[in-house]
Design a protein around this ligand. Structure first.
Ligand code: UDP
Length: 346
């Protein structure tokens, strides 16, 4: 049994990783300011510490007191389009929070960190699939902020003996197959939940961002990886840090699906049409992003277990249908609500 700090553990990928750690028998402390995360997404077996990562003194105190075996760092601003409007905030927050967190970890003697990174590091890729040797060239401040964070952490590897892994994820999607957790962003910007909301009549018609890409059906192609498989990759890669000081992995299914293919999958799974309109391209969106996951498979034995598109869309659909308004918005005072149950079957 090990003890981990999970920043952003009340968010989408973070909460699924917390669940995987708890199921394995590890102890988990979640650090989240609940700006984007949900109190109700943190299982009661985990401790929730509600603070902002920018509050350096409190972060240091948590690290000093915690005696953690490692940190999973998810907390970040993560929307490409928003980063195009607020570039400096994205870079200042994402880079600053990551490096101060690492500084607090090193001071406290905690020397393993897995960073939630992104395919946005690769910008418009030269070749598909994208492997770890592909040229780095972000085309958004969001991607740039993660690249800068990775580079900063490399210095901590060299000079402080930090062990650090970066997981560059492609499109996280789906929901816990047990129905305990799902995707709940406000505002929701992602394709699969937006298409599901449109099919269920819970949101406006889906806008397809660009139908003139150089792809077979004219819409952009992405690599959708199930969030539970993604969580599994985090656990495996943390284990890998026992052997390696620094590593980076692309995490995707290795298969590409166009926006129209996603719409068709949502229609198959839901049995309802997806009302949609065709719109212009969204700034900062490359035409095709598909991962090579060969290194991750080779080094860690990882395999996608929920990789089929209909499985990904099916779990996302089941969660949204059961939770049409998402997680309950719990407004209790932090000191009374540090431990909260997952709303099973709410
Ligand atoms: N997309 C879309 N309509 C939406 C949301 C997304 O057409 O309402 C497209 C988007 O342009 C991209 C793909 O769907 O090509 C996946 O976008 P998403 O925001 O889910 O993830 P991203 O690839 O930006 O991380």
């Amino acid at each position: 049994m090990a003890r981990y700090l999970v920043t952003g553990g009340a968010g989408y990928v973070g909460s699924h990783t917390v669940l995987a750690l708890l199921e394995r028998g590890d102890e988990v402390v979640v650090l989240d300011d609940l700006r984007q995360g949900h109190r109700a997404a943190v299982p009661e077996e985990a401790e929730l510490v509600e603070i902002d990562l920018a509050d350096r003194d409190r972060v240091r105190a948590v690290l000093q007191a915690g005696r953690f075996d490692g940190i999973f760092h998810f907390a970040a601003l993560s929307l490409v389009a928003e980063s195009m409007r607020e570039p400096l905030r994205y870079m200042a927050e994402n880079v600053g929070n990551t490096l101060w967190l690492a500084e607090a970890a090193v001071r406290a003697g905690c020397r393993r960190l897995v960073l939630s990174s992104t395919a946005a590091l690769f910008g418009v890729p030269e070749r598909i699939p994208i492997d770890e040797e592909s040229r780095l060239g972000p085309v958004s401040p969001y991607g740039e902020s993660k690249l800068m964070a990775e580079r900063g952490l490399e210095w901590a590897v060299r000079l402080h003996g930090l062990r650090f892994a970066s997981l560059r994820y492609f499109n996280a999607a789906g929901a816990d197959p047990g129905g305990r957790l799902g995707e709940d962003h406000d505002p929701e910007t992602h394709l699969i939940p937006n298409a599901i909301n449109a099919a269920l009549g819970l949101g406006p018609p889906l806008v397809i961002f660009g139908t003139d890409y150089d792809t077979p059906d004219g819409t952009a192609i992405r690599d959708y990886v199930h969030v539970t498989d993604l969580a599994d990759a985090h656990l495996r890669v943390m284990g890998r840090l026992g052997m390696e000081a620094s590593c980076r992995y692309n995490v995707g299914s290795g298969m590409g699906h166009s926006v129209r293919e996603i719409v068709a999958a949502v229609e198959r799974v839901s049995g309802a049409p997806v009302p949609l309109v065709e719109g212009p391209r969204r700034p900062g969106d490359p035409p095709v992003l598909v991962a090579s996951n060969a290194r991750l498979r080779r080094d860690t034995g990882w395999r996608p277990h929920h990789g089929e598109l209909d499985r990904i869309v099916g779990t996302a659909f089941a969660w949204r249908r059961a939770h049409p308004t998402g997680f309950p918005r719990i407004r209790a005072a932090p000191e009374r609500a540090r431990r909260v149950p997952v709303p099973l079957g709410v």
